[in-house]
Design a protein around this ligand. Structure first.
Ligand code: ZN
Length: 307
C-alpha cells in the first residue's frame, strides 16, 4: 500500500449479523474502535454507527474515506438500483436494507467503499496478515454463518453476485441424518458446520463440547470436504480460517486445525501435488494473523484502497 494511503485517516464498518464493529484510524497500528449490537432495527443501528463516526471525525480530524464490509448476501454492482443493499438475508428486519446509502447520506463528500465481510477480511489479511505476499488465497469465516472471500490474482473475487462458498453442498457422512440449520438449503456447509449447527447437532453449546465428542469429528470432516472443494476450484496458495468456531472451545484451536489439515489431505488423496498439501500443510491452513480484527482492518483497507 502506498504511503499516502497508509497515512490516511479512514473509517471502517464491519457489519455483522450479531454486531457492528466500527473503527477510525490508519490501521492496524492505530485503531480506535467501538461496537453496536445489530438487533433487528437497521435504521437505529445505522444511525448509531454514523453518529459515532461523525463524533470521531470531530475529535480526530477529517476522514478521507470509509469502508464497509457487510454480512449478506449484498448487491455489489455499482450500476444497480439496489447497490449497497443487504438483499436476501434470513436475518429478521435486515432484508433489503440500504447500508451503503445510509453511510453515504451522512458522508456524501468522501468515497464509501462496500464489499462483503469476508472479502474485507481477506483484504485485511492481504495487507497485514497471513495473506501478505500471496496473490491467490481464500479467507473463510466459520461463526454464526459461514462465508469465504477469494483473492485471485491479487483481486477480490466478485462475479455474478459474489461467491457464497458457505452454501456449497457437500457429500454426507453415511448415516448422518442431521437436517442442518440453513433456512435456504438445510444441510449445506453453513447448515452443517456453523456455530449454531454445531450446537444444534450435539444439543451442547459449541464452547462446552467435550474434545472426544463425535460432533468435532463430523465438524472437521465437513470443513475439510469444503476446503478440498475450494482447493480444487480456486487453487489457493493458502486457506485462512477465521470466525469464532476456529477457537474450538474445549477441543482447542490447535487440535481443530490439525484435524482439518489431516482430513483435507485424506479428501484430496494426493491427487493435487504440492508441498503445501504435504509437509507444508501446517502453513497452508492457518488462522488469521489479525485474529478477530481481520474484518474491521479489512473494512479500513477497503477505504484506503479508494484513495
Ligand atoms: Zn445454505
Amino acid at each position: 500500500m502506498n504511503k499516502k494511503r497508509k497515512d490516511a485517516l479512514v473509517g471502517g464498518i464491519e457489519a455483522g449479523g450479531t454486531k457492528f464493529v466500527c473503527a477510525v484510524g490508519t490501521c492496524p497500528q492505530d485503531l480506535h474502535r467501538t461496537e453496536f449490537s445489530s438487533g433487528d432495527n437497521p435504521e437505529q443501528v445505522l444511525a448509531e454507527v454514523t453518529n459515532w463516526l461523525v463524533e470521531q471525525q470531530r475529535e480526530r480530524g477529517t476522514l478521507q474515506a470509509i469502508g464497509i464490509g457487510s454480512f449478506g448476501p449484498v448487491d455489489l454492482h455499482k450500476d444497480s438500483p439496489t447497490y449497497g443493499y443487504i438483499t436476501s438475508t434470513p436475518k429478521s428486519g435486515w432484508r433489503n436494507t440500504d447500508i451503503h446509502g445510509a453511510v453515504k447520506k451522512i458522508f456524501a463528500d468522501i468515497p464509501v467503499a462496500f464489499d462483503t465481510d469476508v472479502n474485507a477480511a481477506a483484504l485485511g489479511e492481504y495487507y497485514w496478515g497471513n495473506g501478505a505476499g500471496l496473490q491467490d488465497f481464500v479467507y473463510v469465516t466459520i461463526g454464526t454463518g459461514i462465508g469465504a472471500g477469494g483473492m485471485v490474482g491479487g483481486r477480490l473475487l466478485h462475479g455474478l453476485v459474489h461467491p457464497e462458498m458457505g452454501h456449497m453442498l457437500l457429500p454426507r457422512i453415511p448415516g448422518d441424518r442431521f437436517a442442518g440449520v440453513c433456512p435456504f438449503h438445510g444441510a449445506c456447509w453453513e447448515g452443517l458446520c456453523s456455530g449454531p449447527a454445531l450446537s444444534a447437532r450435539s444439543g451442547i453449546p459449541a464452547e462446552l463440547l467435550p474434545p472426544e465428542h463425535e460432533s468435532w469429528a463430523m465438524e472437521t470432516h465437513y470443513i475439510a470436504s469444503a476446503i478440498a472443494n475450494i482447493v480444487c476450484v480456486l487453487s489457493p496458495r493458502r486457506v485462512i480460517i477465521g470466525g469464532s468456531v476456529r477457537k474450538a472451545g474445549r477441543l482447542g484451536s490447535e487440535r481443530f486445525f490439525q484435524m482439518i489439515r489431516e482430513k483435507v489431505q485424506l479428501a484430496l488423496h494426493e491427487y493435487i501435488v504440492s508441498p503445501a498439501l504435504k509437509e507444508e500443510v501446517g502453513s497452508f491452513i492457518v488462522p488469521p494473523l489479525l485474529g478477530d480484527d481481520a474484518g474491521i482492518c479489512g473494512a479500513m483497507a477497503l477505504a484506503q484502497q479508494e484513495l
